[in-house]
Write a protein that binds this ligand. Sequence first.
Ligand code: KG4
Ligand code: ZN
Length: 336
Amino acid sequence: MYFLAIETSCDETAAAVFTDEPRVLANVIASQTDLHARFGGVVPEVAARAHLRQLLPVIDESLRRAGIGIRDIGAVAVHHKPGLVGALLVGVSAAKALALALGVPLLAVNHVHAHVYACRLAAGRDIFPCVGFVVSGGHTVLFDCRTALDFSVLGTTRDDAAGEAFDKVASILGLPFPGGPAIEREALVGNPAAYRFPRSRLEPDSLDFSFSGLKTAVLYAMAGQDRQMPAEPPTGQRRADLAASFQAAVVDVLVHKARAALRTTGYSTLAIGGGVAANQSLRRALEEMCAAESAAFLTAPPEYCTDNAAMAALAVEHWKQGQFAPPDLDAEPNLI
Ligand code: KG4
Ligand code: ZN
């Protein structure tokens, strides 16, 4: 049984082919990063138009790499939420049309849940129940994952997502978009203790996040005592120190809340996904925390962490339960 999956929730146009094991046979991603870089962020209308141009060639390429034809597909899966609605609509429309034309079931997959499922895919075995942690450009969410299909939110961001904070601070520091990898590179030669940025923990029992204050703190640190913003972004060691200190503050908060989620649920597995999960410093810190908590730390290789369609293999679980999507499936911008 072959599944074709489509992802167009943000700025990656992606298609994947997997079996019902699930085993991934092809994972094709056409990034739009270059299109958006000059705007310093993803422009929704530009993203939707690029998906329109790229999606069919990307699907063709995924079938070619899997070594199968379109008629071999037994079900079509699509990330239908959450995301940029215009971008999602391109994938949802294509998936509905394909499922209808081929006469096969349509499966609707939650993109953020799929980020957690990427860990299940990489592990090659059942990982539930676990704490699921999605840290991306659009989301910072801790889930109680009872089964692959039964997730509830333990905590989420009240303002910026962690990846968004990386992108905004990178822009403040004059680093390129996307900001996460740029800050991580810069931080390698910086001193994480050079600036003591705030660690927002909110109420003592809260598993929610807030990153907007941290962004403002970086701005103030650049402005110095006189509160005058420099005309040019910082360079050299100062920029590296700001990047390293910012990254350390984000990592501290993420690790603190993930530990609290493990203790609250009593689970002994943490599964992390999303673009920010590609950050090595975060991975190391979470790994150490999990070891101290006697919990297993699960993540996925970087190509399954950033946006992709392979993680939509969560569709296999829906398929096994007979949870098919209606032919009038719609794109939905929100997580819940
Ligand atoms: O999951 P993703 O590809 O797309 C969304 O669904 O948002 O995540 C993209 C986000 C961007 O904000 C990017 O700056 C961040 O992930 N990111 C990183 C790293 N690689 C990507 N953040 C920190 N360190 C990285 N190495
Ligand atoms: Zn994502």
